[in-house]
Design a protein around this ligand. Structure first.
Ligand SMILES: [Zn+2]
Length: 270
């Protein structure tokens, strides 16, 4: 099995379903299974994973999306980077936050229910999957966007090289790519490896770390501008339930991308 980015032979991990690329440190799921997201993914899968259905979680998601923009608003604004595309825009909560900040927003979303929900709220959303949308965008020689956001989508796509080639074309030089995704540099991968293997979603094809995002991004003309922890769970670190260590880990994770999920902003170079 070879790396989906660079083609190098993968190195074995201590679970036969996973291997790692020696170049970018990308972790590859050899037992990857595709899932159809069109219909009931958001109700069933999401409820299983997060305990609440997606739209019932509305307030928490709105706040998380506002928080994402607050962390990167020093990098760009609607005057310099007005056109925003979100791939996998779901119910449009990030688009809503960006729209309220005066950006011109557009979503691509595979779920019919979610696309309809967003469109009914005035958030222009096309019902299509990433590869179909990106191929059509390239064929029609459409203009790139100032900002492309993709949250918890990248890890689901097995054809990583094609995905990054599309991303490099979808973001204009000087524009930004925003990613949120699981991290293989988080405490679960580092300190609870068996739990990580056991709970790893079958439909995640690859796992990045902050270092892997930096290396892979650079291959496709992106430079990391900022990278953060998304969820902060000090109890997942060794002895993290102990008061002072808990506070220490919390502080460290709020300053550096150490958690199980990360948020990154990458700038497209010319
Ligand atoms: Zn590689």
């Amino acid at each position: 099995m070879t790396c989906p980015i660079c083609g190098e032979s993968l190195r074995a991990l201590d679970n036969p379903a996973f291997a790692v690329c020696p170049n970018e440190k990308l972790v590859v799921n050899l037992a990857y299974q595709t899932v159809r997201y069109e219909s009931d993914y958001f109700d069933k899968e999401y409820k299983q994973q997060y305990g609440k259905s997606y739209t019932a979680d509305r307030q928490a998601i709105l706040e998380r999306n506002q928080h994402r923009y607050d962390r990167i608003r020093h990098l760009f604004g609607p005057a310099t980077h007005p056109q925003v595309l979100e791939i996998g825009s779901a119910a449009g909560y990030f688009l809503k936050a960006m729209h309220d900040e005066e950006f011109v927003v557009r979503g691509w979303e595979i779920s019919k229910t979610m696309a309809a929900y967003a469109n009914a709220r005035g958030l222009k959303t096309t019902r299509q999957d990433f590869l179909k949308g990106a191929r059509a965008h390239a064929q029609k020689k459409k203009k790139p966007y100032d900002v492309v956001a993709m949250f918890y989508v990248l890890e689901h796509l097995p054809d990583q090289q094609e995905v990054w080639q599309h991303l490099a074309r979808l973001v204009r030089p000087g524009g930004f790519l925003l990613l949120a995704l699981p991290s293989a540099a988080g405490p679960t991968f580092r300190f609870h490896r068996n739990d990580w293997y056991k709970t790893h979603p079958a439909d995640h094809a690859v796992d990045y770390s902050p270092a892997a995002i930096k290396r892979v991004g650079a291959r496709f003309g992106f430079a990391v501008s900022a990278i953060f922890s998304e969820g902060i769970h000090p109890q997942r670190f060794p002895l993290g339930h102990i008061g002072f260590l808990n506070r220490l880990y919390r502080k460290a994770a709020s300053h550096a991308p150490l958690s199980d999920t990360i948020f990154a902003a990458l700038e497209k170079k010319a």
